[in-house]
Design a protein around this ligand. Structure first.
Ligand SMILES: Nc1ncnc2c1ncn2[C@@H]1O[C@H](COP(=O)(O)OP(=O)(O)OP(=O)(O)O)[C@@H](O)[C@H]1O
Length: 286
């Protein structure tokens, strides 16, 4: 994937994050910046600390040390992004005006509100991201409602449009996700997450656990959406093919630490660190 211009503003400023459950278990001294419009892939074998880091970045688990600073673009009107014409946080103009938020210095309620209103999280297992008992349409509409949209007809129309966008039959808008296949559930989770045009999206193995052919289609769709919406994404994957297709830049983790970082093509075509070389060659030689 083509590299975005690094002059875009920094969206996430990750400063020396450590979260350890034991020696080399978790993540340690992680430091990087994510620019607006950039897809950063975090790769590494199972247990290298990718998911731990993602949980810390997404505000779900406090680090032992370090800071996560979320920088909102101050010149971006909220209504233009969401189409709601309303402020997301119930008219809290002061919060919207704040350009930089220290994720673990703000209270838990505000962290949760961020995740619900400005960020998105795509889980590997769609059941973790969907409400299985309510309809597909209600799943897509929920985040819009949290942003203040109330018009039933509009919510339904948006729901159907998004179902089309993720290649689901809009005629099934009233069906519960549990009646969908795994691949369809994942597409629904993606629609539910992206419908509010989040500024920042976290994805944890979004194509994991699916059949290869289903994976390929989903990956293609994700790539299109990322481009069309100009999403900023932190993507965790152990699958280098997924990383190659989606990520502009990669961070390679091993035993909780970053061993190599760089542009995706550079890392995959000319890995410098011994561990990355092993990781890349193990994909090429089954
Ligand atoms: N809540 C927890 N309590 C104790 N240890 C944990 C906890 N969460 C993760 N770990 C340990 O931290 C290490 C890193 O786990 P993590 O899930 O972040 O790795 P990962 O790279 O995402 O692996 P996978 O791809 O298998 O999910 C592992 O050794 C794991 O057992």
């Amino acid at each position: 994937m083509k590299k975005p211009a690094q002059e875009y503003p920094v969206l996430l400023d990750v400063q020396d994050i450590t979260r350890l459950y034991g020696p080399a278990k978790g993540c340690e001294a992680i430091d990087f910046r994510l620019h607006a419009g950039e897809v950063l892939g975090i790769v590494g074998e199972s247990g290298s600390g990718k998911s731990t880091l993602l949980r810390v970045l997404a505000g779900l688990e406090a680090p032992d040390a370090g800071r996560v600073i979320y920088r909102r673009s101050s010149n971006e009107p909220e209504a233009a992004r969401t189409g709601t014409g309303k402020h997301e946080s119930g008219g809290d103009q002061k919060e919207n005006a704040e350009a930089a938020l220290d994720l673990y210095a703000i209270g838990e309620a505000r962290r949760r509100a961020l995740l619900r209103l400005e960020w998105g999280l795509v889980h590997q297992n769609p059941r973790d991201g969907l409400r299985m008992g309510v309809s597909a349409g209600a799943n897509i509409g929920e985040r819009l409602m949290a942003q203040g949209q109330r018009h039933y007809g509009q919510l339904r129309a948006t729901g159907q449009a998004w179902m089309r966008q993720v290649e689901l039959d809009p005629g099934r808008i009233d069906d519960a996700p549990r009646t969908f296949s795994g691949g369809m559930q994942q597409r629904l989770q993606i629609a539910r997450t992206l419908v509010t045009r989040p500024r920042l999206v976290f994805m944890d193995e979004p194509t994991g656990g699916l059949d290869v052919s289903v994976q390929a289609r989903l990956l293609d769709m994700l790539r299109t959406l990322v481009r069309q919406l100009g999403l900023s994404v932190v993507l965790v994957t152990h699958d280098l093919a997924v990383a190659r297709l989606l990520a502009h830049r990669l961070m390679v983790m091993r035993h909780g630490q970053v061993v190599e970082t760089g542009l995706t093509d550079q890392i995959l075509d000319d890995p410098q660190h011994e561990y990355t070389q092993l990781l890349v060659s193990s994909v090429l030689t089954p």
